[in-house]
Ligand binder design. Structure first.
Ligand SMILES: C[S@@+](CC[C@H](N)C(=O)[O-])C[C@H]1O[C@@H](n2cnc3c(N)ncnc32)[C@H](O)[C@@H]1O
Length: 269
């Protein structure tokens, strides 16, 4: 019998943001393995699923156990929140599989990421080029994270900041803000979304200067706008630049956009 490991992104939390493909793979799996919070969700959606819970921090053991079951001929679903390839289990599973003989087959099933879910709640802040940066220094040196933050904002990217803080890393968010504030003005529009698409979902739009006072935890994603991001009727929007394209045709230096606001050119553009 040929086994298969499916590394499945189960989305940000709402059942209707689980893709039909992910649902079908979970339904067909002999066993579903994941961090307890996520297997709990799968159990609620698919009461018949046979789930094995694993603790946070046991990613390598979880991936190896999943691969060994696939090697034995089982259909295994290894679940990550959001998309399994974004700070999830997909890369680790592929790397470990390559060390095994025979190497079990591995497929990656995409999911709706926290950044996408949060952006939709807020409006359209990620409509142009953006970068996702995790503040977790468990696997990446903090100095590198600071360099990436500085480089991304200097290049004009909107940021989606994952893993903004945790008990052990409580000081990191303040350090990250200090880096951002050397490159961006304090009135830069930003936002946070906690528990996107989960019970108790909370979102707020705040300026960069006020982010330091916001309640941020490890269930929160933070969006940092760029020089063109603005609040439109209570929603956070990074304009795609249709109006600017129009201006370049008309040569109108005083052009306003479709909302009647003066067009602000992105810094460096
Ligand atoms: C290990 S990463 C997992 C990312 C996930 N694979 C994805 O594609 O979105 C965990 C971080 O994702 C963010 N996150 C995940 N789900 C979220 C949600 N429903 N609401 C807000 N943030 C979320 C938080 O920043 C959290 O610390």
């Amino acid at each position: 019998m040929t086994g298969l490991l499916s590394v499945v992104g189960i989305g940000p939390g709402a059942e209707d943001l689980l893709t039909p493909r992910a649902r079908a793979v979970l339904q067909a799996a002999d066993v579903v393995i994941g961090y307890g919070v996520y297997t709990e969700m799968v159990r609620a959606w698919l009461p018949g699923a046979r789930c094995i819970d694993s603790a946070i921090g046991e990613e390598a053991e979880r991936a190896r156990a999943s691969l060994e079951l696939a090697q034995q001929g089982k259909r295994v679903a290894l679940v990550s929140s959001g998309d399994a390839g974004v700070y999830g289990m997909a890369g680790l599973a592929l790397e470990l599989a390559a060390t095994m003989d025979p190497a079990p087959a591995v497929e990656v099933v995409p999911g709706v990421t926290a950044a996408q879910a949060a952006a939709a709640i807020l409006g359209a802040p990620l409509a142009l080029d953006y970068a996702t940066i995790s503040l977790s220094d468990a696997l990446v040196p903090w100095e590198q994270i600071e360099r990436r933050l500085a480089g991304a904002v200097a290049a004009g990217f909107v940021l989606a900041i994952y893993n903004p803080t945790s008990g052990r890393r409580g000081h990191r968010f303040a350090q990250a803000l200090a880096v951002l504030r050397t490159h961006l003005p304090d009135d830069t529009p930003c936002a946070l979304v906690r528990d996107a698409s989960r019970p108790g979902e909370h979102s707020a739009i705040v300026s960069l200067g006020h982010l330091i006072d916001a309640a941020i935890d490890m269930r929160t994603i933070v969006i940092v706008g760029n020089s063109t991001t603005r609040v439109v009727n209570g929603r956070l929007v990074t304009p795609r630049g249709y109006a600017m394209a129009l201006m370049s045709h008309t040569g109108d230096a005083e052009a306003t956009d479709i909302t009647g606001q003066p067009i602000v050119r992105e810094a460096g553009a």
